[in-house]
Design a protein around this ligand. Sequence first.
Ligand SMILES: [Zn+2]
Length: 383
Amino acid sequence: MAWNWGVYQWQEQYKDGEKPNGLDLKKQFNAIKKEKFPFVYEVTKYASQQPFIQLQKSYNMFFKKQGGRPKFKKKGKSKDSFYIGGDQIKVIGKKVKIPNLGLVKLRENIRFDGKIMNATVSKIADKWFISFCIKPSMSYFEPCENQASVGIDLGVKSLATLSNGSFVDSPKPLKKYLRKIKRVSRQLSKKVHSRKKGDRTPKSNNYKKHSIKLAKIHKKIADIRKNSLHKLTTALTDNFQYISIENLNVKGMMANHKLAKAISDMGFYEFRRQLEYKSKLKRNILFVIDRWFPSSKTCCNCDNIKKDLTLKERIYKCEKCGIELDRDFNAGINIHNQLPIVHRKVTPVEITAMDLGVSLLNLTSIVEAGSKHQKYLIMSRFE
Ligand SMILES: [Zn+2]
């Protein structure tokens, strides 16, 4: 709208033998906008500023024969958009504060930490979008230069178990949704089974309602998990130069519980994707161990393999050396010790010698521990 006004004025003034420019047009527009375009005045000053900057740029391109003559924009066809400077915008949780518009709810959280440089609000079809230009916080690019190493065992119940004895808890809402998903899928399967064979009548509305409900919970779980995985992978790549993970979620494969498997698989691929790109940025060394390595069944103390380990056994008891420890912790150490750096091998004995008071981390403290200098996330004690 401000753009179209600008293009029109430019053409007219040019015809009249004047030399229009973006800055003058903006001033002229501002002088009349209150009266002629009251709604512009209501939105934000950027809605009437940025188009003229763009207009000047487009005409410059046109004069240099680098682009076509600026055209009118059809409403609805080209996207309606306006620009907001970073200093004018504020993000509070899932809401964004836009000058003169107030708080606007966002559909999802902003994925990166960092300073918002600017944002563009645009309307595509009948939906509004906002894209942020973010300068990531230093931690995204600062190479991880310590010598610390870690092995990570991913789970469903706890999000991850680290070889230094830290347990990263799943976020609470996740547990709530996991219970919910079980309930809804049970209801849904009852509805499927109650149908007679060969019944070709369309599925009931109730059935459809339940499938939508189920899909929504799945999405919610994926989002929560993704979010907490981001926090975890940032903390890991900030604190450990050497990171060891498994190639496939073997434990998920072993589990007969289809749901648990699906959810942990999903998390696993996302976890690996995040770790890979963050490791590249921060120059961590990510080591992915062979998919057939029996990380759960191997004793991290004496390398004995316990073939009959069942999923129910939460405590790993080694019949050969007698050690007893949490099964995921055992797996985490094994995954760590697969790092091709021999002197780094750790045993649970060394770890119990550590101050275990800090080993039971939940995710919140991991997030706070995101800085490089948190001692308890760094395994330098083993060197
Ligand atoms: Zn043993």
